[in-house]
Design a protein around this ligand. Sequence first.
Ligand SMILES: Nc1ncnc2c1ncn2[C@@H]1O[C@H](COP(=O)(O)OP(=O)(O)O)[C@@H](O)[C@H]1O
Ligand SMILES: O=C(O)[C@H](O)[C@@H](O)[C@H](O)[C@H](O)COP(=O)(O)O
Length: 169
Amino acid sequence: MSAHPVLVVMGVSGSGKSTVAALLAGQLGWDYLEGDDLHPAENVAKMSAGIPLTDEDRWPWLDQIAQWISDHAASEMPGVVTCSALKKIYRDRLRLPNVIFVYLSGSKAEISQRLSARHGHFMPTALLDSQFAALQPPSEDEHALLVNISHSPAQEAAEIIQRLGLGAH
Ligand SMILES: Nc1ncnc2c1ncn2[C@@H]1O[C@H](COP(=O)(O)OP(=O)(O)O)[C@@H](O)[C@H]1O
Ligand SMILES: O=C(O)[C@H](O)[C@@H](O)[C@H](O)[C@H](O)COP(=O)(O)O
C-alpha cells in the first residue's frame, strides 16, 4: 500500500458512500472530497430529471476526480473521495498507484429503502435500476476492499480502518 493512500469509496447511489467516507476522513484526519460536487450542472440536471448518465457524461467528471487523486499523490497527501465508479473502465481511469477502492456492497432492496428515506438530495430512487445495470462489481484482481453495508456507518468505518491497517497511523 502507498504510504499516502487515497481511498475511493465506491458503489451505487445510496450505498452509503458519503456517510461512510466522511466518517473515515474525519477519523483519519485526511482530506475529503465529495465526488458528486464535481458533477457539472448538466449531469445533476439529467439525474434530477431521472435520466441516467452516459459514459460521455461521466468521463469529464471522472477526469476531475482523477486529477484530485493525482494532486494528492504528487503532494504525498492521503485522502478519501466518494465516486460511484460503477464500471471497470471508470475505475481504470482512477487507478493510480496511491488508490485503494473501498466497495460498499448491498442489495437493491436495502439500498432502495435507504434512498426512499433520504431527503434533500437530487438523485431519485427511480435511477437505482440503472445504477445496478451499470454496476460491475470489482473483480478479485482489482484488490478492492468489499464492505457489506448492512452494518452501521460507524461499524463500517471502523472495519475499513482495521482491515486496511490504518489505525496505527
Ligand atoms: N450503514 C448505514 N446504515 C443505515 N443507513 C445508512 C447507512 N449508510 C448510509 N445510510 C443512509 O442511507 C442514505 C444513503 O447514504 P449516502 O451516504 O447518501 O449514500 P451515497 O453517498 O452512496 O449516495 C442516507 O440517508 C444515509 O443516512
Ligand atoms: O455515475 C453516476 O451515475 C453518478 O455518479 C451516480 O452514481 C451518483 O450516485 C450520483 O452522483 C448521485 O449521488 P449519490 O451517489 O450521492 O446518490
